[in-house]
Ligand binder design. Structure first.
Ligand code: NAD
Length: 275
């Protein structure tokens, strides 16, 4: 079994991005919109700010009050779309429930949409033409490539169908010539399907849900899940890592697998907006 080391790969990609930055004639500038006071969002935005600083990318946070109206949010997005100095825009989710996040994503200029959530970019991904696709699944593709895991013609089972991970993951795998099955909360006989998989990508948000009996000998297991155990506060994935690992050819740990790839992929997208 080979452990897929996301920390190592993200550090390597970071060095490549530093090199790219040297040759840019225009400075990339990321605008992050955060609405309200979700504690996790604040941490994520701070991490993005720190990484931008390390790479020499301009970073501006627009922190809006939780009580703003949709038109205030749309107004800011339109201003940032028009601002020539802002090359990249990201709306941090979640946003308060009274706001329509899909409308907001739709308003972000597709060329500045570094999260790939604008319907134009979602459509382009479905057509196999994406410039900006969601960062976590793109990060998974980078890991597979880095470890020379050939997915062409392989049966890849994606568990989870969210707009952020599952759906774009399935599209990216299809675009790389895999044979893809998507499973979700209404799927019947999940284990029967996963047992036929050469590659399993799990993104459901349920600690240790995928057990050894669900995995074929020699399969590749990619665990996107990030779950905090209520008792120990330990962070674990959706895969029962200790029992599954010996059956796999490759497996990602949590933490240190897919997690570090998301932010570095975002940085790569931000740099693309200035290229
Ligand atoms: P989500 O809640 O939006 O979607 C979960 C999906 O899992 C749904 O499509 C649902 O149908 C499916 N699901 C739920 N229970 C299931 C079951 N028993 N069997 C089969 N399918 C089931 O979650 P999300 O945003 O896609 O995130 C999923 C996990 O990935 C979470 O743990 C989240 O924290 C993590 N995540 C990690 C990163 C990262 O950078 N590593 C990024 C995004 C999300």
């Amino acid at each position: 079994m080979t452990l897929i080391d996301g920390k190592y790969v993200s550090a390597k990609v970071k060095e490549e991005l530093k090199e790219k930055m040297i040759h840019l004639t225009r400075k990339p500038s990321l605008a992050v919109i955060r609405v309200g006071d979700d504690a996790a969002s604040k941490i994520y935005v701070n991490l993005k700010a720190k990484m931008c600083e390390e790479l020499g990318i301009n970073f501006t946070e627009y922190h809006l009050d939780a009580n703003i109206q949709q038109e205030d949010l749309m107004g800011l997005i339109h201003r940032l779309n028009a601002d020539e100095d802002t090359t990249a825009i990201l709306l941090q989710s979640p946003i308060p429930y009274h706001l329509n996040i899909l409308e907001a994503f739709k308003a972000i200029d597709p060329e500045k949409d570094v999260d790939g959530f604008n319907p134009i970019n979602v459509g382009k991904l479905a057509l196999g033409q994406a410039v900006f696709a969601p960062c976590t699944p793109v990060g998974v593709m980078t890991l597979l490539k880095e470890y020379n895991i050939d997915i062409e013609g392989k049966h890849c089972v994606v568990i989870g169908r969210s707009n952020i991970v599952g759906r774009p993951m399935a599209q990216l795998l299809i675009n790389s010539n895999a044979t893809v099955t998507v499973c979700h909360s209404k799927t019947k006989n999940l284990a029967e399907i996963t047992k036929t998989a050469d590659v399993v990508v799990v993104a459901i948000g349920k600690p240790h849900y995928i057990t050894a009996d669900m995995i074929k000998e020699g399969a590749v297991v990619i665990d996107v899940g990030i779950n905090r155990l209520p008792d120990s506060k330990k962070i674990v994935g959706d895969v029962d890592f200790e029992n599954v690992k010996d059956k796999c050819s490759f497996i990602t740990p949590v933490p240190g697998g897919v997690g570090p790839m998301t932010i570095i992929t975002l940085m790569g997208n931000v740099i693309k907006t200035a290229e």
